[in-house]
Design a protein around this ligand. Structure first.
Ligand code: SAH
Ligand code: SF4
Ligand code: F3S
Length: 468
């Protein structure tokens, strides 16, 4: 795989640009077509960036006059927004695309699209033409803003319309169909420059590009005026945001907009500055929560992962965060079975997890990705060892989580209610300021509102609470 060396100077396009007007023309033309698809369904894999991209695709489709179909198999247009960060994510996406080929036998008008990170993988475009010729449309993340034009071409072509695109431009400002009225993703940057040795993201999402602060602030003010209660700032490494200011400066400005709740993800420990820790402590609306992926607890493994921090410097930052924001909610990502990981090195990860005490952790077994340096490293860990290690990690995390979450019992919390609880129709659930999920008595009326509660107990990975 070749390292991508797209220039850093490329900018985000704004809604006023000519290119955007061109796309809006396509939207209008598609809306006027009488024999176009009438309904759509978007299937999303992967991280929040993809979730937000799917909201943009849905937004453009709605403007074209299509309506959302909750049933995938009866929609006229189905699009898969794919992820390739681990092998299983990729296989699941391709399996479902193949299944739709069967559905098409009973619904011959069905149009199938595939987009997202997988399309940007080297060799994938050729594979799609060879093995998945029944797809109508495939495009990469960098050409998302040209979706109307590509959709138009697919409507007028017998062949696969395929556009991988470079990795040099990013557009914000196309219509967005948000899933929730009270919560919004706000993309502040795209791409990643870190090249952790196991990770494919820098190859498929390209180099870091940051949006202008002014555009971000404007977007957040608009969301605030529209009644949004919480925003999540998105980027693969938000700490290295470098628009016309730094990430802490951006947070200070957003804090002043008065939007009630601000979260962000993901942070890279090496770029977590003391200035950011200060802003976390001083701001009113930046929530007391931090997602800080550690990946491993062994310095040797961290070095070979190219993470560029040590166990000690990570623990020091955790300590400083806790000092600045007492009770802060801490979450992480952990990867086990990196090539060459010994039992002892795995134990370093276990005792780090024990020491920190995370409110929750995403745990992964290392999955080799074609073209990344780690794929060629010796001593890949056998699956039976990985299975046993991941179970030990999950058991420890489950136990620690229950223990550390007890610090909330007896304290007040504010919960942004997301929906009716799955277990009990007289209860609602949502997230507290610290990022932990909370269940409380309530009704549909509470959805989208911030409710004050008193935490009474810990149940597995949620807190239970009474209303204040
Ligand atoms: N930019 C974010 C993470 C993006 S990917 C960060 O640096 O934290 C989300 C998580 O997927 C990573 O934190 C890592 O734990 C996991 N991951 C990435 N590549 C992987 C691979 N090849 N195998 C298994 N897990 C992987
Ligand atoms: Fe991948 Fe590392 Fe970049 Fe995160 S920081 S996206 S893990 S290369
Ligand atoms: Fe997956 Fe792409 Fe996100 S590879 S994790 S969807 S950036």
């Amino acid at each position: 795989m070749q390292e991508i060396t797209a220039s850093q100077s490329v900018a985000y396009l704004s809604p006023e640009d000519e290119e955007m007007e061109r796309q809006r023309e396509y939207i209008r033309s598609i809306r006027d077509l009488t024999d176009r698809p009438q309904t759509y369904h978007v299937v999303t894999y992967g991280c929040q960036m993809n979730a937000h991209d799917s909201e943009k695709i849905a937004g453009m489709l709605e403007e074209m006059g299509l309506t959302y179909s909750p049933e995938r198999d009866s929609a006229d247009f189905v699009i898969f927004n794919t992820c390739c960060v681990r092998d299983n994510a990729e296989r699941r996406a391709l399996g479902n695309v193949t299944w739709l080929k069967e559905v098409r036998k009973t619904n011959p008008k069905l149009m199938i699209g595939v987009c997202g990170c997988m399309i940007q993988e080297p060799g994938m475009a050729e594979k799609i033409i060879r093995q998945y010729g029944f797809i109508d449309l495939a495009f990469g993340t960098a050409v998302l803003h040209r979706f109307p034009e590509l959709f138009w071409s697919a409507l007028h072509s017998d062949h696969v319309v395929l556009e991988v695109g470079g990795q040099d431009s990013v557009v914000e400002g196309m219509p967005v169909q948000r899933l929730r009225q009270d919560f919004a993703y706000v993309s502040i940057m795209q791409g990643c420059n870190n090249f952790c040795t196991y990770c494919i993201v820098p190859y498929v999402r390209g180099r870091e590009r940051s949006r202008n602060m002014r555009d971000i602030v404007r977007e957040v003010e608009k969301l605030r005026d529209g009644g949004v209660q919480e925003i999540m700032l998105l980027g693969q490494n938000v700490n290295s945001y470098s628009g016309d200011g730094t990430f802490p400066e951006l947070l200070r400005q957003l804090d002043q907009t008065g939007i009630p709740r601000i979260r962000f993800m993901t942070s890279h420990p090496k770029d977590l500055s003391s200035e950011l820790i200060r802003v976390m402590g001083e701001s009113q609306h930046v929530l007391p929560q931090f997602h800080l992926p550690v990946q491993a607890g062994s310095n040797e493994i961290l070095r070979r992962m190219n993470r560029r921090y040590t166990r000690e410097s990570y623990l020091e930052k955790v300590h400083l965060l806790r000092e600045a924001v007492p009770g802060i909610g801490l979450t992480t990502d952990i990867m086990i079975s990196f090539p060459g990981e010994t039992e002892e090195q795995f134990l370093d990860t276990l005792n780090l997890v024990d020491e920190v005490g995370y409110d929750s952790a995403f745990t992964f077994i290392y999955s080799p990705r074609t073209g990344t340096p780690a794929e060629k490293m010796p001593d890949q860990v056998p699956p039976e060892v990985s299975k046993e290690r991941i179970q030990r990690l999950i058991d420890l995390q489950t136990k620690r989580q229950m223990e550390v979450m007890r610090r909330f019992v007896g304290s007040p919390e504010e919960v942004l209610v997301e929906g009716i609880s799955r277990r009990n129709l007289q209860e609602v659930s949502g997230r507290g300021r610290h990022g932990v999920s909370v269940t409380l008595p309530g009704t549909e009326e509470d959805i989208g509102k911030i409710v004050k509660v008193l935490v009474t107990d810990v149940k597995q990975n949620t807190l239970t609470a009474t209303r204040l």
